[in-house]
Design a protein around this ligand. Structure first.
Ligand code: GLY
Ligand code: MN
Ligand code: MN
Length: 457
């Protein structure tokens, strides 16, 4: 933990070998249940913008990246048949316009590697290799299916849901990658915080984040949210104002790190001064830590969301934002006006990792309760899951406008609410790993280490 992002840790080949053994096992179990004998898993390709010869940054199919954790894999394919060494069809084209991709030096130990320069021929060869016998499934972007795949099942539900369900349980290698992604993100966060207090613009804070975390925009797990003042009330605020605000009040930064394809997803909010908004940030921070302290395997994530909604009701009452009791604020739905998103989501190769609503490996879905349509995770909490806990309290004009017309409008203390509008909102987001008897907060110790402060309990 807590390597500075400027150092590049050696690839842990032994941990990767164990990871691949676990991945092979999970895929074998899923394939047997779905009656599939072999899979072809393409990394995919970015494709050009419309009528252009420029492509967006490439991001591999996560089903492929689980096997081959490397971004330099455009047009590569993996073929897996249980009991055999996986085959990696590696695309390496002679190209003097670009630097050709290199086979990662850890690949030969784990895969039977076949290098080819023609992407279409490589895909045809992968299908042919998989189709030697039995039922074959193709797990990847359906638009890329090669012409010789007519007897191949493309993303059959019976298999994809099982793979998605299983991806929630992280291997040690994956957990180590998320830890590293956390260190990278935290280094950026601390620099961003300093830039904010130095009076920087959103754009310059963003650059400070990239520089300190040694990431490019394209390498980020998701676009940074760098929001000052009212912008903090836009949940996924996407701009970077190049000018510092005339009055600096608040700062919300939601930004992560990425390592070997695995993401961290971290949010902190700051007040420019020691005012009531700062107290509200601290109070939400405390509620978030208390909730995390209570996470145990077996609890439903929906229950965690509901507990947090009740806690937010308490804060609304404590800070005079409602005229009613905390319980009434929760029961009337007032808390949803201030906390309109879900408590969190699974995290891994995708920032919003798949499978959050799956109740069982066979694809049974447990949708969120009607009251919380934005909740991305409804699963029972189980060891080896990694997910975020990210409560928020926001002052969003659009939602407050609707609330003003709701039956409970008279319960909202409007002058107090309006006094917070210029600060936008608060989100506190940590990533947690569920253990056999509780959970580990992956984010807080990294902040403590980088600040050289003792880790919080
Ligand atoms: N960064 C997006 C999210 O927190 O879900
Ligand atoms: Mn998140
Ligand atoms: Mn986030």
């Amino acid at each position: 933990m807590a390597e500075p992002p400027t150092s590049s840790p050696a690839f842990d080949g032994r941990a990767f070998a164990r990871h691949l053994a676990d991945v092979s096992h999970a895929w074998t179990v899923a394939m047997e249940a779905a009656d599939i004998d072999a899979v072809v898993v393409p990394a995919g390709n970015a494709g050009f913008y419309y009528q252009d010869d420029i492509a967006p940054p490439f991001r591999p199919n996560p089903g492929f990246a689980q096997w081959v954790p490397d971004d330099g894999t455009e047009h590569c394919l993996l073929v897996y048949r249980p009991g055999e060494k996986p085959r990696l069809f590696f695309h390496q084209e002679a190209d003097y316009w670009h630097l050709p991709a290199a086979v990662p030096d850890w690949a030969d130990a784990e895969f039977q590697v076949e290098v080819g320069g023609d992407a279409d021929a490589l895909a045809v060869a992968a299908i042919a290799a998989a189709a030697r016998a039995g039922r074959v499934a193709y797990i990847g972007p359906p638009g890329d299916v090669p012409g010789n795949a007519e007897r191949v099942a493309v993303n059959p539900d019976a298999l994809t849901v099982r793979l998605q369900y299983a991806r929630a349980y992280k291997t040690d290698f994956e957990i180590a990658a998320v830890r590293r992604a956390t260190d990278i993100g935290v280094a950026g966060h601390l620099a961003a915080r300093d830039a904010f207090f130095d009076g920087a613009s959103e754009l310059d804070i963003h650059f400070a984040y990239l520089n300190a975390s040694r990431q490019t925009d394209a390498g980020l797990p998701y676009p940074n949210i760098v929001a000052q003042n009212e912008h903090a009330g836009v949940l996924h605020y996407q701009h970077r104002d190049p000018h510092p605000p005339s009055k600096r009040r608040s700062f919300l930064i939601d930004a992560g790190g990425r390592h070997l394809g695995y993401a961290s997803d971290i949010t902190r909010t700051y007040s420019a001064r020691g005012d009531t908004f700062a107290e509200l940030i601290d109070a939400l921070d405390e509620k978030q830590r208390a909730l995390i302290d209570g996470i145990r395997p077996g609890i439903s994530y929906v229950e965690l969301h509901e507990r947090m909604s009740r806690s937010i009701g308490e804060l609304l009452a404590r800070f005079g934002l409602v005229r009613c009791e905390a319980d009434t604020a929760f029961e009337a739905g007032i808390t949803d006006v201030f906390f309109p998103h879900g408590l969190g989501h699974l995290l891994g190769l995708q920032t919003h990792d798949v499978g959050g609503w799956l109740a069982a490996p066979d694809g049974r879905v447990s949708p969120p309760p009607e009251r919380y349509p934005a909740l991305r995770l409804t699963r029972r909490v189980e060891p080896r899951q990694v997910f975020t806990i990210e409560p928020g309290i926001y002052f969003i004009p659009q939602l407050l406008g609707l609330a003003a017309k709701a039956p409970y409008a008279g319960e909202i203390a409007w002058p107090a609410v309006e006094s917070f509008l210029p600060c936008g909102g608060i989100r506190v987001e940590d990533d947690v790993l569920v253990t056999d008897d509780g959970c580990e907060n992956l984010t807080r110790p990294a902040f403590a280490f980088h600040r050289r402060e003792p880790a919080e309990a």
